[in-house]
Design a protein. Structure first.
Lengths: 578, 438
C-alpha cells in the first residue's frame, strides 16, 4: 500500500485510487463539484486543485535522493494538480488548502469564477441548504465579487422530461448529469449543448429525459440546476426532518431518506449503501410517497362501526377462538415487516391453523436487473424465509367456495384489490384485516379492520431480493403513545439543520394506526398466547437465534447498512399450493 | 542577436516551390513527388525505424505551435501489435488568428502532405491515418479529396502501396468549426463524434489516443517536411536556419505591411527582415508599433523590443514572446492596442469550450472588462483586475486555451499600459484592487 503525505500527515492509502478519494476516505475535505466516486473524473470544475510533489529519483541509480537530514527531496509539480484525476503514488507529498496559501487562493479564485454567472437565487432555490456550491462558497469562497457585468442568460424552467426540470443559469457545467446517463444508466438522454459560458445540459433533439432513473441527476447535481418537478417549491430542506430508511416500492430495498414535515412525507431521496443500491434510487421509489399521507384510515372498525382498539382486538380474538383452527386461513404480507409476519405465524400456530401464506405482488417485466424488480413488494424474501408460501389464488378460491374457511386473517394486504379473490367469494367468511388505506378493496367485507402502521411509521426488518436484511426506521409519528416508536423516532431522525420547522407532534397528520407488533400480541393475549416482547428489536433477536434463515440478523448487526443473510435451501412445498 | 537564416535572400523554396499546378498529381510526380516514399518502401536503406531515426536526426520540430521534436514524438508510440489498432492524424484544424500557412500547403502542395503522412505511417506501422481539416476550409477539403482520389488511383495510398506490403488509408475528416478542435485531445474527441472537450493528460495520445488506441498527431507543415528530410537527408534539413529549430518555415505575415502573405524562408529570420524586406515594409510608410510573432495567443512585442530578434524559439523567448505558429501579426503606429486586445479577448471568449471553470468564466469576464475600457467606461482598477484574472486562469485548466487567452491580455496590458490608462476614467484613489473587493 502506497504511503502519501497530506498536509504533513502521512497515511497509507489503497493503490490505484485517486488522491481526492483517498483524502475523502481520511475525512480530509477537499472542495470539489464534478468528481463523483461512481463516475469518471473529467476534472472540469477545477475546484480540487492541490500542490503535488514526488520524491526526486536519481536517474542513474533509480533511488530516491535524500537531503542532509535524510529526508527525501520532494519536487513539486510546476502547476497545481486536480486531485480528482491524480492517482496516488508512494511517497507523494500533497499540500491542500490547510497548508498552502497557493491552493487556498486557487480555490477562492475558482469559486469566484463559478459564481460570476451563477444567478445566486438561493432564497428561492430548492437546493439551498443542501447545496455543495453554497456550502463550499461559505467555507472556501471569496467574500464578495468583482464582477460588474450582466450575467449570462440561459433557458430556465425547462422540463427535460416528466420528472426533471432544468434551470440552465444555475448550472456550473460539472457534467455529472450527462455522465450519469452515459456511464451509469446508459440512456444517453442528456448532453451538453452550446459552447463556452452558454453551456448547459439538454436532451438531444427529439429525446425526452424519461428514463426510470432520471431523478438521480437531481441528487448528484451540485447546484439547483436540476430539480424535481414533483417536489420543487414544496418545502425547504431545513423545514423537513430526514430519516434514513428503506424504500418500499420493490424487492430491491434501495436505501433512501424520507423527508418529513409535520408528519407528512414530502420527498424521498437516495441514501448510499454500497451493498444494495450504491448511490442510486429508481424514480418509482422516489415518487411513491403519497401513499403514506393519503387515504389513511382513522382508527379501528368492527363491521364498519368505529370502535376503540381494545374492543376491536377483543372482537378479533373472539372470531379466532370461536372456530376450529383448520378453518382459519392466515395471510401474511410481503408489505409487512418480518417481525410482524413472525408474530402472525406464532398466532396461527397457537390457534391450530396452517402456516400463513402471503399474497405475491409480481409484475412480470417490470424488473430491469438493476434497482427495479418484478416483485413490487418489499419483503417477499422475509415471508419466504419464515416458511410462508405465495398464496395460490385458485386453491384459495376453491376452498372459499367449498366453505372450508370460516375466518380469513389478512395481514397488511388486500386480497380483493390484488385479485386473489372477489368480494363475492368472501360472503359468509369472517375477515380480520390489518390495512393501510381506507381504499382497501377488502375493507367492505372486513369484520374487524385494524389500521396498520406503514413502513415509515414502524420499526422492523425487510429482507430484499438478494437476502439483505435491513432495518426500517420510523420517519413520522402515529397517534397514540408508543414508547418504542417514540424512542426510535428520536434516534433515527437526524437533526441536520438544527431548526424546529418540522413539527412531528402535529396531530392532524398523525394516523390512528398500530404496528403489527402491537396489534398481534394484543389479540394473542386475548386468545391465551403470550407474545409480549420488548419491541421489534427483541423479536428479531429471538428470530435470529432460533431460525437459521435469519441467523445473525440482529438489529445491531444490521445497523445502518443491513446484514447479508445466508442463502437458505428451499423448504418443503406448502400443502396448500402443492 | 542576429539573423540565423543565413543567406536567406538566395533561399530556394522547397515546401511551396514556384511550380505551376504543383497540386496536380502529374506535375507533382514530374518534380520528384512520391520519390521519397518510393525509396522508403522499396530500397534496403529504409525501414520504419531508420525513417524515424532520420526525422529525429533532422531536428524537425512540430510546426503547430508547441514546437515539440517530431522524431521524438514518434518514438513515444508503443511497439506495434497487429491486434491493437493505432493511428496517426494530421492536424489541419488551423484556426489560430493570424495563422494561415497550412492552408497554402493544402492548396498548392497537397500531395506533399499525403506523402509525408504515408511516410510517417510507414515509420510507425499505421494502417489508418486521419486528416482533420477545419470545417471552414470546405473548398480545400473538396480540393484535397479530389487529389487524394487520384493518389489512390495511382496506388500511392491504399492497399500495397507501390507494390510493397505496406498498406495505409487516409481519411479526410471535416471539423465543424470550433477553435478548440485544434487542441489535439479535443480533436480526437471530435473525430470520434463526441463533444470536443479536451482530455486530461496523461494519458498522452501515444498511450491512449483516437478510440483509446495509440495515436500520433502532427501538424500539416510538419508532415510536409518529412518527404524532404528523407529525399535530401537529415543533414541538409538541419543545416537550414536556426540550429535549435532548423528547417524551412512558412511565415504567415499579416497586418499593416505592404505584401501580407505566406512566405517560405529558413527558420531564424529576423523579424525586421521579414517585415521590411519580405513583406515589403510597413503599409503607407508608417512606423511599426507592435508585432505578435506567432499567432494571437503569444505575447505581443513592442516595436522597440524586436531589434535583432530572430524567429526561432530561443531568440523569441529571450525577447519575451514565443514562436508559436510563426503567423506574424504586424501593427503600425495607428493601431489602438485596446481595440486590438478587445478583438482577441472576444475570440477566446467565443471559442472557449466551456469545460473548465476558469476558462469558461474567465474568458468572458476578460472580454467584458476590455470592452468596457475600449468604450471609455473602464476604471483604472480594471487593469489590475485584468492581470489578476489572468493569474487566476493560467495553468489551471485541462488544456492550454486559458493560457492562450490570458497571455495576450497580460502582455498587451503590461507592454502598452499607457494606452490602456489613457482610455480609462481617471482614478482619484489608489488603483490597486484587493482580491475580494466588495
Amino acid at each position: 500500500m502506497p504511503k502519501i503525505t497530506i498536509d504533513n500527515r502521512t497515511i497509507e492509502v489503497e493503490d490505484g485510487v485517486t488522491l481526492l478519494q483517498s483524502c475523502l476516505d481520511e475525512d480530509l475535505e477537499i472542495p470539489h463539484f464534478c468528481y463523483h466516486p461512481a463516475m469518471t473524473a473529467p476534472a472540469n470544475c477545477r475546484q480540487c486543485l492541490v500542490e503535488v510533489g514526488m520524491p526526486r529519483v536519481d536517474r542513474e541509480t533509480r533511488e530516491r535522493v535524500m537531503d542532509e537530514d535524510g529526508n527525501p527531496v520532494i519536487d513539486f509539480m510546476p502547476k497545481l494538480q486536480t486531485s480528482c484525476s491524480m492517482k496516488v503514488a508512494d511517497g507523494m507529498v500533497v499540500r491542500s488548502h490547510r497548508t498552502s496559501e497557493l491552493v487556498k487562493r486557487a480555490q477562492k479564485d475558482n469559486l469566484e469564477f463559478l459564481l460570476i454567472n451563477h444567478p445566486l437565487d438561493c432564497p428561492i432555490c430548492d437546493q439551498a441548504g443542501n447545496c455543495p456550491l453554497q456550502n463550499q462558497t461559505y467555507k472556501y469562497g471569496p467574500e464578495g465579487s468583482r464582477f460588474e457585468f450582466r450575467k449570462v442568460a440561459k433557458p430556465k424552467n425547462i422540463e427535460l422530461g416528466p420528472r426533471v426540470v432544468l434551470d440552465g443559469e444555475r448550472c456550473i457545467n460539472c457534467t455529472r448529469c450527462t455522465r450519469f446517463t452515459q456511464e451509469i444508466s446508459g440512456s444517453h438522454q442528456l448532453t451538453i449543448i452550446e459552447r463556452g459560458v452558454r453551456n448547459y445540459p439538454m436532451t438531444p433533439p427529439g429525446v425526452v429525459f424519461d428514463e426510470p432513473y432520471s431523478m438521480n441527476v437531481i441528487d448528484i447535481c451540485p447546484v439547483g440546476a436540476l430539480t424535481s418537478k414533483d417536489h420543487r417549491f414544496k418545502a425547504r430542506i431545513w423545514e423537513m426532518s430526514q430519516t434514513p430508511s428503506i424504500s418500499t416500492t420493490n424487492a430491491k430495498g434501495s436505501n433512501c431518506v424520507y423527508h418529513v414535515k409535520d408528519n407528512l412525507v414530502l420527498n424521498i431521496t437516495t441514501r448510499t449503501n454500497m451493498g444494495v443500491n450504491e448511490f442510486w434510487l429508481a424514480d418509482e421509489d422516489r415518487l411513491d410517497y403519497k401513499k403514506f399521507n393519503e387515504n389513511r384510515p382513522d382508527g379501528p372498525t368492527v363491521r364498519g362501526q368505529a370502535r376503540d382498539w381494545d374492543a376491536a382486538w377483543t372482537e378479533a380474538a373472539t372470531l379466532l377462538s370461536g372456530v376450529d383452527g383448520a378453518r382459519i386461513q392466515f395471510l401474511g404480507s410481503a408489505h409487512a415487516t418480518t417481525e410482524d409476519n413472525y408474530l402472525l405465524s406464532r398466532l396461527a400456530a397457537h390457534v391450530g391453523a396452517d402456516t400463513p401464506s402471503y399474497i405475491p405482488h409480481i409484475e412480470e417485466g417490470h424488473g430491469d436487473g438493476w434497482l427495479r424488480t418484478d416483485d413490487r413488494a418489499p419483503n417477499s424474501q422475509g415471508c419466504e424465509r419464515l416458511g410462508f408460501f405465495p398464496v395460490d389464488a385458485d386453491v384459495l378460491k376453491s376452498r372459499l367456495s367449498a366453505g372450508e374457511i370460516d375466518v380469513l386473517y389478512v395481514m397488511e394486504d388486500d386480497p380483493v384489490g390484488t385479485g386473489v379473490c372477489a368480494l363475492s367469494d368472501l360472503e359468509g367468511v369472517k375477515i380480520i384485516l390489518h390495512h393501510y388505506h381506507s381504499t382497501n378493496a377488502t375493507l367492505p367485507a372486513a369484520s374487524v379492520a385494524l389500521p396498520a402502521a406503514m413502513a415509515v411509521e414502524t420499526v422492523g426488518t425487510f429482507v430484499n431480493c438478494d437476502g439483505h436484511a435491513q432495518r426500517l426506521r420510523p420517519a413520522k409519528a402515529i397517534r397514540g403513545v408508543n414508547r418504542t416508536l417514540a424512542m426510535e423516532v428520536g434516534k433515527s431522525r437526524a437533526d441536520l439543520h438544527g431548526t424546529p420547522f418540522d413539527r412531528w407532534y402535529t396531530e392532524s397528520n398523525m394516523v390512528d394506526c398500530e404496528p403489527g407488533w402491537v396489534s398481534i400480541p394484543a389479540i394473542a393475549e386475548r386468545v391465551g398466547l403470550n407474545l409480549s416482547y420488548k419491541g421489534p428489536r427483541a423479536i428479531m433477536a429471538e428470530l435470529s437465534d432460533s431460525n437459521p434463515a435469519f441467523q445473525g440478523a440482529t438489529y445491531d448487526a444490521m445497523g445502518e447498512w443491513g446484514f447479508r443473510l445466508d442463502v437458505v435451501g428451499q423448504s418443503e412445498p406448502h400443502p396448500q399450493t402443492a | 542577436m542576429a539573423s540565423k537564416a543565413g543567406d536567406w535572400r538566395n533561399y530556394e523554396r522547397v515546401l511551396l516551390p514556384p511550380v505551376k499546378d504543383l497540386h496536380r498529381l502529374d506535375v507533382f510526380e514530374n518534380h520528384g513527388g512520391y520519390d521519397a516514399l518510393r525509396q522508403a518502401l522499396t530500397t534496403e536503406k529504409w525501414n520504419p525505424s531508420s525513417v524515424t531515426e532520420e526525422v529525429k536526426k533532422s531536428g524537425l520540430r512540430g510546426r503547430g505551435g508547441a514546437g515539440f521534436p517530431t522524431g521524438l514524438k514518434w518514438t513515444f508510440m508503443p511497439p506495434a501489435n497487429p491486434d491493437i489498432p493505432r493511428f496517426i492524424c494530421c492536424n489541419a484544424d488551423e484556426s489560430e488568428p493570424g495563422t494561415f500557412k497550412d492552408r497554402q500547403v493544402m492548396e498548392y502542395n497537397p500531395h506533399r502532405i499525403f506523402e509525408g503522412m504515408i511516410l510517417a505511417g510507414y515509420a510507425m506501422t499505421i494502417k489508418t491515418a486521419y486528416l482533420y481539416v477545419r470545417g471552414e476550409y470546405a473548398d480545400w477539403i473538396t480540393h484535397m479529396e479530389r487529389e487524394l482520389e487520384k493518389a489512390y488511383a495511382k496506388g500511392y495510398v491504399g492497399k500495397n502501396i507501390m507494390g510493397s506490403d505496406f498498406s495505409m488509408d487516409i481519411v479526410i475528416h471535416k471539423g465543424a468549426g470550433a477553435y478548440i478542435c485544434g487542441e489535439e485531445s479535443s480533436l480526437m474527441n471530435s473525430l470520434e463524434g463526441k463533444r470536443a472537450y479536451p482530455r486530461i493528460k496523461p494519458p498522452f495520445p501515444a498511450q491512449k489516443g483516437i478510440w483509446n488506441y495509440p495515436t500520433t498527431i502532427n501538424n500539416v507543415e510538419t508532415f510536409a517536411h518529412v518527404p524532404l528530410i528523407l529525399s535530401r537527408g537529415a543533414d541538409w534539413f538541419s543545416s537550414i536556419g536556426a540550429p535549435s529549430s532548423p528547417g524551412p518555415v512558412l511565415y504567415g505575415i499579416s497586418g499593416h505591411v505592404n505584401r501580407p502573405g505566406v512566405y517560405e524562408y529558413p527558420s531564424g529570420m529576423l523579424i525586421s527582415d521579414l517585415i521590411d524586406h519580405v513583406a515589403g515594409g510597413m503599409r503607407g510608410g508608417k512606423k511599426l508599433k507592435a508585432v505578435v510573432p506567432g499567432g494571437s495567443s503569444v505575447p505581443v512585442l513592442r516595436a522597440d523590443m524586436i531589434d535583432g530578434v530572430a524567429m526561432d524559439p530561443d531568440s523569441l523567448r529571450e525577447a519575451g514572446s514565443m514562436l508559436g505558429t510563426a503567423g506574424m501579426l504586424v501593427m503600425d503606429e495607428d493601431t489602438d492596442m485596446v481595440s486590438f486586445l478587445r478583438r482577441i479577448t472576444r475570440f477566446y471568449h467565443h471559442e472557449s469550450c466551456g469545460q473548465c471553470t476558469p476558462c469558461r468564466e474567465g474568458t468572458g469576464w476578460l472580454e467584458n472588462i476590455v470592452t468596457r475600457i475600449d468604450e471609455g467606461e473602464g476604471n483604472m482598477k480594471d487593469l489590475d483586475l485584468l492581470i489578476d484574472l489572468c493569474s487566476q486562469m493560467e495553468g489551471r485548466t485541462v488544456c492550454a486555451l486559458a493560457d492562450a487567452a490570458a497571455w495576450p491580455v497580460r502582455h498587451t496590458i503590461t507592454r502598452f499600459r499607457e494606452e490602456f490608462e489613457a482610455k480609462c476614467r481617471p482614478s482619484l484613489v489608489a488603483t490597486h484592487v484587493e482580491s475580494a473587493a466588495v
